[in-house]
Design a protein around this ligand. Structure first.
Ligand SMILES: Cc1cc2nc3c(=O)[nH]c(=O)nc-3n(C[C@H](O)[C@H](O)[C@H](O)COP(=O)(O)O)c2cc1C
Length: 205
């Protein structure tokens, strides 16, 4: 589990000409749909796009790697060969929309873990131009919330420990290796502090 989680990184450069079949993409969505869901509402639906022409129409609407201002996204030949568009079906909401966002995080992580097991890499893209939705005739109850770009990765992505906890920006070295700083375990832990009868009791970890 640890190994696949470490390997499941965000990839942004792909072998564009390597197609992803509809059957494979459906297998990944089959993992997404099994995730936990607040009130078990399961409000997410997914649109699969793996046609090269349609992929080319989607690409200009996507925002890539905001921390790399000199890189304007993957060049022709290294672009995703498929997309999964995540659509919130508002008719299926059982509670506040904020709950559905948790569900989407769980679902997309299931999808990306399953993809990596098949040596397919992906990138969630929240920074898309909302006009992207107008390319499709979406029913009024469906809202485009996230795009997942997928393909066979051609870049090396490694995680490293944050050197400076205030600096979480990913970066690329001179060999094009993409580095992703992650906070240390210690900095993710908060000590238990009980406030009892006006006395603060600390419990060591
Ligand atoms: C909800 C969400 C939205 C994201 N949106 C974008 C995006 O618009 N463009 C992009 O290049 N990366 C996007 N990412 C990828 C993050 O930049 C990436 O997860 C982060 O740099 C950590 O790298 P890692 O996924 O390899 O751990 C998004 C990730 C998440 C979870």
């Amino acid at each position: 589990m640890q190994e696949i989680i470490v390997r499941t990184r965000t990839f942004r450069r792909f072998v564009q000409k390597e197609p992803l079949s509809t059957a494979t993409l459906h297998e990944l969505i089959d993992l997404a749909r099994l995730g936990g869901s607040a009130r078990n509402g399961q409000p997410w639906q997914y649109m699969v796009v793996n046609d090269a022409e349609l992929c080319a129409r989607i690409f200009p609407y996507l925002g890539w790697a905001g921390y790399l201002p000199d890189w304007h996204g993957p060049v022709e030949g290294e672009r995703p060969s498929a997309y999964v568009l995540c659509l919130l079906n508002k008719n299926r909401l059982k509670g506040p929309e904020s709950e559905a966002q948790f569900d989407l995080g769980i679902a997309t992580q299931n999808l990306l873990l399953g993809a990596m097991e098949k040596k397919i890499g992906g990138c969630r893209i929240g920074a898309f131009n909302p006009k992207l939705a107008t390319l499709f005739r979406l029913a009024d109850n469906l809202r485009l919330s996230l795009v997942i770009a997928l393909g066979k990765p051609i870049e090396t992505v490694i995680i490293e420990q944050c050197r400076d906890e205030d600096d979480v920006r990913y970066w690329r070295d001179e060999h094009g290796v993409h580095h992703v700083p992650k906070r240390s375990l210690e900095s993710c832990l908060v000590e238990v502090e009980l406030f009892d009868d006006g006395v603060t009791k600390r419990k060591s970890l």
